[in-house]
Design a protein around this ligand. Structure first.
Ligand code: SAH
Ligand code: SF4
Ligand code: F3S
Length: 484
């Protein structure tokens, strides 16, 4: 996963959650991220912490850019900040509890420093709206994901002694013209947000309510952003959206239509030295055209995040995923046919969804056996207020059963991750170096096309180099090797 912001629990490992991590909040990237300092001598200091998915991390870069123009530097220290923003996630109950706990800690800071302004952004802001101001007295500002352009105005309002809320969702907003402040400390990998919102209405999911309708960003602005990143020395971009395969953009005069496969190709053509990744692919939408485009371009990484959620067709129907197990298996076979066994596939799985039986849980395990995922994000079902499942289905699998099933999923995934990593041993992998290894300054850490983490002795190599590494051993999370 890219590291555009400092992550507090940075590890040299693939983010397969440990049993502990899955019961903590961990949605995909697995960490709270604090934006690092910009230090350009601006008058006020912004401390911004991001929770949840990469979309939030990417949005925090847009927020920083908007507030930079307003005279705010970012700082890594809560102590001494003038404005604290939490960019929040609502995906599971635990995610919201984490933010509530953080707010009570921040309350302590505010008591010592009454001038401190506190704002809540992102999905929890959108879900709770002005209720936040009633429930959390220290909060001055509540801003939803489509209202960040209004932040300067809202902050003025707060400076004037009022509370401020803007949670309007938009059908058009893509922040296409805002150049994110790249809070990336490595200067090598970056996110490009290509679409916002989601129209899928999976019955368990809060995202359509917190992020609004799906909309695709102007293809030209995406290409320009990729070109600018290459000019600034970046080596990898990840195209982001809840469902990138449904990307669809047309020019205003209607003469130009771009789908996801075409966009991917255009980004790949920006530079052969720029690696391209994307996330997330919805199994119902990923086309052979996308897979053939990946096959044609060496610089499009051979890694697909294809969340299954369950291996049972009845449960998938209840989840409103709009595909069944045979469809999913066929898409996996298409990946293997067009891209070969080497293409990595990862998934998200939910254990203990409403009315899931023991046999249906076994189907999830058997799907995992069918695919042999390289990596997985695994969760037990957490009912979210207002979703289709909360309104129509009973959350009837007891928590201990959910947790036991989840543990079985995690244990099996550990075996498969190890197996997939073993297959990498004895081969040469092209690695993009991103950082020093956490374990030793004499080692570098990077990822191969399949998104596997590879660690090797530094020698004369540097961050940002592409290095061919012969892998000699591998655990479930990391590959070790030597440059050749
Ligand atoms: N757009 C992506 C998913 C984004 S949310 C997709 O469709 O694949 C990331 C993951 O969180 C989901 O894939 C799902 O596995 C998990 N998730 C979402 N809602 C959940 C809930 N109510 N309980 C448990 N896990 C949930
Ligand atoms: Fe949620 Fe489904 Fe949309 Fe993914 S595709 S964000 S799971 S509603
Ligand atoms: Fe969470 Fe919102 Fe992302 S609910 S996972 S931050 S889209």
């Amino acid at each position: 996963m890219s590291q555009p912001l400092i992550t507090l629990d940075f590890l040299d490992t693939l983010p397969t959650p440990t049993p502990d991590a899955t019961t903590h909040e961990d949605s995909p990237s697995g960490a709270v991220r604090v934006s690092p300092a910009t230090e350009t001598g601006r008058k006020r200091k912004l401390y911004i912490e991001s929770y949840g998915c990469q979309m939030n991390f990417s949005d925090s870069e847009i927020v920083s850019s908007i507030l930079f123009e307003e005279g705010f530097d970012t700082t890594e220290q809560l102590e001494g900040a003038d404005l604290v923003l939490l960019n929040t996630c609502s995906i599971r109950e635990k995610a919201e509890q984490t933010v509530r706990m953080r707010l009570s800690q921040i309350n302590g800071h505010k008591k010592r420093n009454p001038g401190l302004l506190v704002g809540v952004l992102g999905c929890m802001a959108e879900r709770l709206k002005s209720k936040f101001l009633e429930e959390e007295k220290l909060v001055d500002l509540v801003v939803g994901p489509d209202a960040y352009r209004d932040l300067p105005q809202l902050i003025q309002q707060v400076d004037g002694g009022q509370k401020a809320v803007n949670v309007l969702l938009s059908r058009e907003e893509t922040y296409a013209d805002i150049t994110p402040v790249r809070l990336n400390s490595n200067g090598i990998t970056a996110f490009i947000s290509i679409m916002r919102g989601c129209d899928n209405m999976c019955s368990f999911c809060v995202v359509p309510f917190t992020r609004g309708r799906e909309r695709s960003r102007d293809a030209h602005s995406i290409i320009r952003e990729a070109q600018d990143l290459v000019a600034a020395g970046y080596k990898e971009v990840t195209l982001l959206g809840q469902n990138v395969d449904s990307y669809k953009w047309a020019s205003e005069d209607g003469t130009e239509h771009v789908n996801f496969a075409q966009l991917l190709e255009r980004v790949a053509l920006v530079s052969p030295n720029l690696r391209v990744r994307f996330s997330t692919s919805h199994p119902k939408d990923i086309t052979d055209e996308v897979l053939h485009t990946m096959a044609r371009h060496d610089n499009i990484c051979k890694y697909i995040h294809l969340p299954a959620q369950s291996g049972n067709s009845r449960v998938l129907a209840l989840m409103n995923r709009t595909y069944d197990r045979p469809w999913y298996e066929e898409r996996v076979q298409a990946i293997r046919r067009i891209l070969g066994e080497d293409c990595a596939i990862s998934t998200d799985m939910i254990s203990g969804f409403c009315s899931e039986t023991e046999e249906e849980h076994q189907d999830t395990l058997s799907l995992m056996e069918f695919v042999h995922y390289d990596m997985a994000y695994m969760f037990f079902y957490s009912e979210r207020p207002g979703t289709l499942a909360a309104r129509k289905l009973e959350d009837d699998v007891p928590l201990p059963v959910k947790k036991r099933r989840l543990q079985e999923v995690i244990d099996l995934q550990q075996q498969h991750s190890r197996l997939r990593n073993q297959l990498a041993v004895g081969k040469v992998h092209r690695v993009l170096v991103e950082n020093f290894s956490k374990r030793s300054a004499d080692h570098l850490s990077g990822r191969n096309s399949q998104n596997q983490v590879v660690i090797f002795p530094k020698k004369h190599y540097q961050k940002g180099d592409y290095v061919d590494v012969l892998v000699h051993s591998g655990s479930a999370s990391t590959l070790l090797g030597e440059a050749v």
